[in-house]
Design a protein around this ligand. Structure first.
Ligand code: KG4
Ligand code: ZN
Length: 359
């Protein structure tokens, strides 16, 4: 079964063709990074306009690269939310019009569920129950997934997402946007334990496995000011202080992510651990999570599938389309769409009760 995936929730216009839910035939991504970089973050109005400008070409290219025509596609999967409403509407309206004109079923997909499915292309099949940590620019959420498509939120960030903290710290240090890749690179050659630049890991106790990154961001700002540091200039090499700061910041982010992941694993004894979203590109996080003894394998997407793409949306839409679902033309974009459908009617009671106690 061939699925056309369309993604436009933030600043990437993407289309992909995926066969059998896990074989990528094409995966086209038009990034808007250049447009937003001067502003140090995504400008929603500019994002919607750019999606409009390039969606037709991105979809055509995904079909051409797969060597297919629209008539050969079995169904369309499109991101319905969460994301920027104007951006979402471009992809969703386009997908609806294709679905209507070509008489193809349409599945509306949660973007975060897409990130969960981003591991299906390059890893053995996911075994359930699974625990997933989705870390991106907009989300830091920990899920228990007892079976496919059932999601219980175990914890989420109470303030900034991990990627957002990376982007804000990089902006402060004059390192440009997006901040994750550049800070990650600096952190690799820095000393995370360098004297005076050790940021503590926020302690998040209690039944919820929540995260918090704004305190860490504030500690970085305070350190930066108290030590009279200057943002790195355009063609300037960052000094030791900045390099060590990057390493210490990264160390704290990784430790706080892994502390909650460890607690989730202890509680739920998953058979697979999924670590996905843009921040899952992080070299330090990948290293630490791969060498941690979780008692279950950790599946990552490769970096090009960790950041936003439409192959993961097609993969998440595949089981729905396979079941014959067609969400039709009535579905709307949902800027704050939730991925939290446990307990669900029909799901066995013990898990329901257990889940309730933990929230
Ligand atoms: O998943 P994604 O493409 O978009 C959202 O759904 O938000 O994630 C983008 C985020 C950005 O905040 C970016 O700075 C971060 O992922 N990121 C990284 C790395 N590569 C991208 N963060 C840390 N280390 C990286 N290597
Ligand atoms: Zn994303």
């Amino acid at each position: 079964m061939l699925v056309l995936g369309i993604e436009s929730s933030c600043d990437e216009t993407a289309a992909a063709v995926v066969e059998h839910g896990n074989v990528i035939k094409s995966n086209i991504i038009a990034s808007q990074v250049k447009t937003h970089a001067p502003f140090g973050g995504v400008v929603p109005e500019l994002a919607s306009r750019e999606h409009l400008d390039c969606i037709t070409q991105v979809v055509s290219q995904s079909l051409a690269e797969a060597g297919l025509t629209l008539s050969e596609i079995a169904g369309i999967a499109v991101t319905r939310g969460p994301g920027l409403i104007g951006s979402l509407l471009v992809g969703l309206s386009y997908a609806k019009s294709l679905s209507f004109s070509m008489k193809k079923p349409l599945a509306g997909v949660n973007h975060i569920e897409g990130h969960v499915y981003s591991v299906v292309f390059e890893n053995p099949p996911v075994e359930y129950p699974a625990v997933a940590l989705i870390v991106s620019g907009g989300h830091t959420t920990l899920f228990f997934i007892p079976e496919p498509e059932r999601y219980a939120v175990l914890g989420r960030t109470r303030d900034d997402a991990a990627g957002e903290a990376y982007d804000k710290v990089a902006k402060l240090l004059g390192l440009g946007y997006p901040g994750g890749p550049v800070l990650d690179k600096l952190a690799q050659r820095g000393d995370a334990k360098a004297a005076r630049i050790v940021f503590t890991v926020p302690r998040m106790d209690g039944p919820n496995l929540d995260f918090s990154f704004s305190g860490l961001k504030t500690a970085v700002v305070r350190f930066f000011k108290e030590n009279h540091l200057q943002p790195v200039g355009k063609d300037e090499a960052p000094g030791d202080n900045i390099v060590n700061l990057a390493a210490s910041f990264q160390n704290s982010v990784i430790e706080s992510l892994l502390a909650q992941l460890r607690r989730a694993v202890r509680r739920h004894s998953p058979r697979t651990i999924i670590l996905a979203g843009g921040v899952a590109c992080n070299s330090g996080l990948r290293r630490a999570a791969s060498s941690a003894d979780f008692g279950a394998p950790v599946y990552f997407p490769s970096p090009s599938l960790a950041t936003d793409n439409a192959a993961m949306i097609a993969a998440a839409g595949y089981p729905k389309l396979l079941r014959g679902e067609n969400h039709g033309f009535k579905i709307n974009a949902l800027a704050a769409m939730k991925l939290d459908n446990l307990p669900l009617d029909g799901y066995e009671r013990p898990v329901k009760a257990r889940y309730r106690n933990q929230i």
